[in-house]
Design a binder for this molecule. Structure first.
Ligand SMILES: NC(=O)C1=CN([C@@H]2O[C@H](COP(=O)(O)OP(=O)(O)OC[C@H]3O[C@@H](n4cnc5c(N)ncnc54)[C@H](OP(=O)(O)O)[C@@H]3O)[C@@H](O)[C@H]2O)C=CC1
Ligand SMILES: CC(=O)C(=O)O
Ligand SMILES: [Mg+2]
Length: 602
């Protein structure tokens, strides 16, 4: 006989057990004795009932006692998988310290080690994310339906899925199923930075094999031990996953993440017109760099007219081309340039040198749009040669090639420009094209800088003045973009929503941040910034007639003109509305002791 057919008292015991073991509902050492009695957990921990502050203090002390960032990552994963509220309380309270531990750079180290560490990240039965392998093809819908990260809390359906196939994890290449750290990390930022309910997030890794020999030879590698499938199998598997996902969760927002570039572009163009989805590396990165670029343009405006910029992209993959396309929109929208004129401001470099139409190789589809045809037959192989030819005002690194912006390159940028814009955006830190310190030293401290992974501030020895690097990472965009879309409920994500998220991020800086010449707001403000990005996305969605949430349509439509200015009390009210809809580990709305007690008696 099944345990569920064994009478109501057994059902109640099952329920009590799943509440007390739920990483979401259990309160650990802060649970009052009334709760411990009701949940039959008295005696399972020492007598003391401590305050939330004390519980946080202990967790932080433990975290800080670890010797390496990977140990900290493992500790934090365990904490998240055993006590959700405590984990997010410390993340939200210490964003600057903890973001680099759950996201880039440490998530890169964790992904490299994922098969070695993942069995130790959570208690049995608590999954880190959903793995879907080629062998699951006949059962996809059933597997998706039964995936339950937190026992008991199964009434809430996921709102956002981040999905990867592990084929291009940060700048680390093909990591196969070890890429799971990325969807897991991104979704933690959705919770911490934008207040998506953690129970409504769905990290997914597709296992279609790996071409990573190191993984294939690693005795502990946990994915399929075969080479990646061909394109036909790839696209039909992804299609089957998409269909099953949307069958089970029709309203789900899907974020494509860290797919190899050609697949990334193809998947986006295949699904974007009819599915609620976006690609973070192409569109999220495009938006975050656009935002930093808008602020950089303002800083150098007195020396370089905005339409006179010359943008050199080192790296022509999903991120490089995605960013170039987004910057093109800026020149068109803000400066009235034609598409052809704006396109002329962009030069791409890949492993073969300057991307030109007459280079003699078969260009990948996504490179053709920006391939130059005005090079008079000349080909430029090295970055030095291209810099001499282009004389860029901005050098943007999305190549995963650590240190390639060497002293000579940085010095040359400083000779060519009063304030060179240098963005080494590759992740994790070891893959950044240069460090902030090198960029400062190589430009007599004149650089306008943003990197994908945070670098420490730099104090100029001669003046004692401290300068702060920008962090041009899509974490400033995707949480707010996703939250705005989830609230407004359009059926698709449009280019205009992406553009507006960049614009809203660029105007979200405080006067103090502007006075420090920052390109991005400080990370500790990311929750407020995401609310602003979300509010702007909501307004744009209503403006485009795509919003489907009645309350939002009513609220926004009547004040739409003033809301578009992102100023005034109407704007403040909309941001407040967004904030009220954000999940918060300290809110009674989400953790209510009385409710817990009544649930245990049901
Ligand atoms: N800051 C942020 O928010 C984000 C950062 N990124 C980072 O951007 C990087 C690139 O991502 P993505 O575009 O998807 O990756 P891809 O692998 O698709 O693209 C890398 C590009 O760099 C080129 N490249 C690699 N090595 C060299 C070299 N030695 N010289 C010249 N060109 C080179 C490649 O050339 P070829 O085409 O010839 O192979 C390719 O065009 C990653 O490190 C990723 O972490 C990505 C998204 C967001
Ligand atoms: C940040 C990010 O999305 C990447 O490096 O791929
Ligand atoms: Mg990515």
């Amino acid at each position: 006989m099944s345990k569920y057919t064994n009478g109501s008292s057994h059902r109640n015991i099952d329920r009590i057990e799943s509440i007390s073991r739920s990483p979401y509902l259990n309160q650990g050492t802060t649970a009052p004795h009334s709760i411990r009695n009701a949940l039959h957990t008295s005696g399972l921990m020492p007598f003391a009932v401590e305050s939330v502050d004390q519980q946080k203090k202990r967790a932080l002390a433990q975290l800080r006692s670890k010797n390496t960032d990977l140990e900290k990552y493992i500790f934090l994963a365990w904490l998240r998988n055993t006590n959700v509220s405590l984990f997010y309380r410390i993340v939200i309270g210490e964003l600057e310290e903890i973001t680099p531990l759950i996201y880039t750079p440490t998530v890169g180290t964790a992904c490299l080690e994922y098969s070695h560490i993942s069995p130790f990240l959570a208690p049995p039965g608590i999954p880190d994310g959903l793995y879907l392998s080629l062998n699951d093809l006949p059962n996809l819908t059933q597997i998706i339906k039964t995936y339950r990260p937190y026992p008991y809390d199964d009434t809430l359906t996921p709102q956002i899925a981040v999905i990867t196939d592990g084929s291009r994890i940060l700048g680390l290449g093909d990591l196969g199923v070890n890429g799971m750290g990325i969807p897991v990390g991104k979704l933690q930022l959705y919770v911490a930075a934008a207040g998506i309910d953690p129970r409504r997030t769905l990290p997914i890794t597709l296992d279609l094999g790996t071409n990573n020999e190191k993984n294939l030879k690693d005795e502990f590698y946990l994915g399929l031990r075969s080479k990646r499938v061909d394109d036909d199998q790839f696209y039909s598997f992804v299609d089957a996953v998409m269909k099953s996902l949307l069958k089970v969760y029709p309203e789900l927002l899907i974020q494509f993440e860290d797919f190899s570039s050609e697949h990334a572009f193809d998947l986006l163009s295949k699904y974007r017109e009819n599915t609620f989805c976006f690609n973070d590396d192409i569109q999220g990165t495009g938006a975050v760099v656009l935002s930093g670029f808008i602020n950089a343009v303002k800083l150098v405006e007195k020396d370089v007219h905005p339409t006179r910029h010359r943008l050199l992209f080192f790296g022509a993959g999903s991120a490089g081309v995605g960013v170039a396309k987004q910057l093109l929109e800026f020149f068109k929208v803000e400066h009235g340039m034609s598409e052809e004129e704006a396109k002329r401001l962009v030069w791409l470099v890949d492993t073969k040198g300057l991307v030109t139409l007459d280079r003699g190789d078969n260009l990948a589809k996504h490179k053709v749009y920006f391939a130059r045809d005005d090079n008079d037959g000349n080909q430029f192989k090295t970055l030095e040669e291209v810099i001499e030819y282009v004389k860029p005002t901005a050098l943007i690194g999305l190549s995963s090639t650590g240190g390639v912006f060497n002293e000579k390159i940085i010095n040359r940028m400083a000779e060519l420009n009063k304030n060179p814009i240098i963005f080494p955006l590759s992740n994790p830190r070891v893959n950044a094209e240069c460090t902030f310190e090198d960029a400062m030293k190589g430009t007599d401290n004149r650089v306008i800088f943003a990197s994908g992974t945070a670098f420490p501030e730099y104090t100029v020895p001669e003046t004692g003045k401290t300068k702060y690097p920008g962090q041009g990472n899509n974490m400033y965009i995707f949480p707010g973009l996703g939250l705005g879309a989830i609230l407004a409920k359009p059926k698709v994500i449009t280019d205009k929503q992406i553009y507006i998220s960049a614009s809203a991020l660029s105007t979200s800086l405080t006067e103090e941040e502007k006075s420090l010449e920052l390109l991005y707001p400080v990370v500790s403000r990311i929750r407020h910034v995401s609310a602003q990005v979300a509010a702007a996305v909501i307004v744009e969605t209503v403006e485009e007639g795509l919003a489907r949430d009645k309350q939002i349509i009513e609220m926004v439509q009547k004040d739409i003109e003033v809301l578009k200015t992102r100023k005034g009390k109407e704007w403040d009210n909309l941001v407040k509305f967004v904030q009220e809809n954000m999940w918060d580990p300290d809110s009674e709305k989400f953790f209510n002791t009385e409710e817990l007690l009544s649930k245990s008696k049901m």
